[in-house]
Design a binder for this molecule. Structure first.
Ligand code: N01
Length: 553
């Protein structure tokens, strides 16, 4: 075989992509249209959109400004698409993704209603055999997971849920026809980002709404508004520079850098900065205040106290206000939710709050919810109880690597990845925004583009050098896992039960699932790996390892 040729002709496809959300759509476009690969996308849903296809609950919208929470790969797309609001609602984001699919003619290479149930590496043939629920099998040289981070809803944990005679809905699998809550007695269980968005809208419509809250959250204002044409015009006139600045900031939005220390300024200055970021809305309050709030408990107390004070100002009943004020974890150690009139919802006559930390839910009965304190009857129960995040979607696909090793065995004590992108023992498998990458703490469309571009460059590199397989070494993987864990241990995050730590799923290993070094540092590391000839990877052709020198890379 000569350089530039590989044995991909033996596979049905050069690349198989799982999922047709933001990641899968861009991967298809990049690999098919820019690299000329034969690509097939398999999508479990009946249509495209991923997260934005499934999460149709009332109030669902993004919480990164849409001019930033959007693809950057096409200047034409950036210019032609108009967002009606600063933070787009779910229908508008889904419309955007459909526009992208139509504009780049992506649908023809997506197989819908096809859930991948097995993905097995065949070492003899050097390819992945990917099986779906209907028994069909396809083969691909490269397997790219765009299955998402929050795509497997947590199983309902309540005994008797099947006996409930009313309607039960999961926010993460919302019915397409919508739900009419008019005049109904509704329960919402869960007060994370999904619950907070849904509660605000359902409270306006339901006859009566009961919220079951186990842990109060530090929700801060989203600051949504209709799109400002002047600001949009400025961004559109400078999009490449805006994207560069976004990629150079911790979570991938072009906001200011936080001030060094909450304890290093006067109480007046601190208050002014909190007030400014509170009024600006969205992630500014999380990342634009002070750099030490996630590292130093005393610094964190200043922001936690501030949010509690603001909650109390907005809730009329002091007893309810106290229940809504988080005290058992520091601000930002759970993923911060953003809200619009969430706290005012509890001032409505038709809304009540039940604390299930002190009096847990013991069962769901035929008629409603039972807690240690009594029974509550409902027509509808909404489960906003979260996801088996990050690892759940990958472990759900029956992935088996070299020598028959199951991913579920390899990850029994938590994820082991190199760069959050690849896994030792699982050649040519790429995880778009996988665990131990910045992923959910990086503006997702940009995080996805960075990862897909890395994968595309790696495949291109293999092909140009007559290679067909890449796999991280165990040593590189071990060092990456240690590095990711060390970063996490330096923060306050490990002390809080959160889905970031895997603590929301009974029995799930407690380990930080997110790379906390920030997008800029992570991007530099990835660039360095490439510059050094894919340092940490073994590159091979038909099983024969060959490490290129940096000058050949
Ligand atoms: O899930 P969650 P989510 N009994 O895990 C409660 C993204 N997102 O779907 O905290 C009683 O945050 C649980 O209580 P506790 C975003 O990244 C983004 O809301 O475990 N309660 C918690 O209150 C987000 O972080 C947007 O004590 C139970 C809630 O259910 C991620 O998705 C919008 C319980 C689960 O909260 C997940 O958010 C929506 C039980 N047995 C989501 N089990 C945007 O705006 C769980 N709970 C972009």
């Amino acid at each position: 075989m000569t350089a530039g040729q590989t044995s991909t002709s033996t596979a049905d496809y050069d690349a198989i992509v799982i999922g047709a959300g933001f990641a899968g759509l861009y991967a298809l476009h990049k690999l098919r249209d820019q690299m000329g690969l034969r690509v097939r996308v398999f999508e479990a849903g009946d249509d495209l959109g991923g997260t934005w296809y499934w999460n149709r609950y009332p109030g669902a919208r993004c919480d990164i400004e849409s001019i930033h929470y959007s693809y950057s790969f096409s200047a034409e797309l950036e210019q032609e698409w108009e967002w009606s609001e600063k933070y787009a609602s779910q229908p508008e984001i889904l419309a955007y993704l459909n526009h992208v699919a139509d504009r780049f003619n992506l649908r023809d290479d997506i197989e819908f209603a096809t859930r991948i149930t097995s993905a097995v590496w065949n070492d003899d043939r050097g390819l992945w055999q990917v099986g779906s629920g209907d028994g069909s099998v396809s083969t691909g040289r490269y397997l790219i997971s765009g299955a998402g981070n929050l795509s497997v809803p947590k199983n309902p944990e309540f005994d008797g849920i099947d006996t409930f005679v009313g309607e039960v809905y999961l926010t993460g699998k919302w019915p397409h026809e919508g739900v009419d809550f008019t005049g109904k007695r509704v329960a919402v269980i869960g007060t994370g980002s999904s619950g907070i968005q849904a509660i605000t809208e359902i409270g306006k419509q339901a006859g009566h709404l009961t919220v079951f809250q186990r842990t109060p959250n530090y929700a801060t204002p989203l600051g949504n508004a209709p799109s400002d044409p002047v600001r949009v015009g400025q961004v559109k006139a400078n999009y490449p520079a805006v994207r560069d600045v976004a990629r150079s900031s911790f979570i991938g939005v072009p906001y200011d850098q936080a001030h060094p220390s909450a304890l290093g300024v006067s109480p007046e200055t601190r208050r002014r900065i909190f007030d400014e970021c509170w009024d600006e809305g969205g992630f500014r309050f999380f990342i634009d205040t002070f750099q030490d709030v996630l590292f130093d408990k005393a610094a964190n107390d200043t922001v936690s106290n501030y949010v509690r004070e603001r909650i109390r100002e907005r809730v009329s009943d002091p007893v309810v206000a106290e229940k809504l004020s988080p005290t058992n974890h520091p601000y930002g150690t759970k993923r911060p939710p953003f809200e619009t009139n969430y706290y005012e919802t509890y001032n409505r006559d038709n809304v009540r709050l039940i604390d299930v930390a002190s009096s847990p839910i013991t069962a769901v009965t035929e008629n409603g919810v039972r807690t240690a304190e009594g029974d509550y009857d409902f027509d509808v129960i909404v489960l906003a109880t979260g996801f088996d995040a990050m690892t759940g979607p990958l472990l759900d696909m029956g992935i088996v690597g070299r020598d028959g090793r199951k991913l579920s065995d390899k990850w029994v004590d938590g994820p082991h990845t190199y760069l959050g992108l690849t896994i030792h023992g699982f050649p040519n498998l790429f995880l778009i925004t996988g665990p131990q990458s910045p992923s959910v703490l990086y503006n997702m469309p940009l995080a996805i583009e960075d990862h897909v571009d890395f994968v595309a460059d790696a495949i291109d590199h293999l092909r140009r050098n007559g290679l067909d397989t890449m796999e991280p070494t165990l040593d590189a993987e071990t060092k990456w896992v240690d590095h990711a864990n060390e970063l996490a241990q330096a923060t306050l995050l490990p002390g809080t039960d959160s889905w970031w730590m895997g603590a929301n799923i009974p029995g799930k290993p407690r380990v930080c699932l997110v790379y906390l070094g920030g997008a800029p540092a992570y991007r530099e590391i990835c660039a360095d790996v490439v510059d050094k000839g894919y340092e940490g990877f073994t590159l091979s052709c038909e099983g024969v390892a060959r490490q290129l020198t940096p000058t050949q890379a």
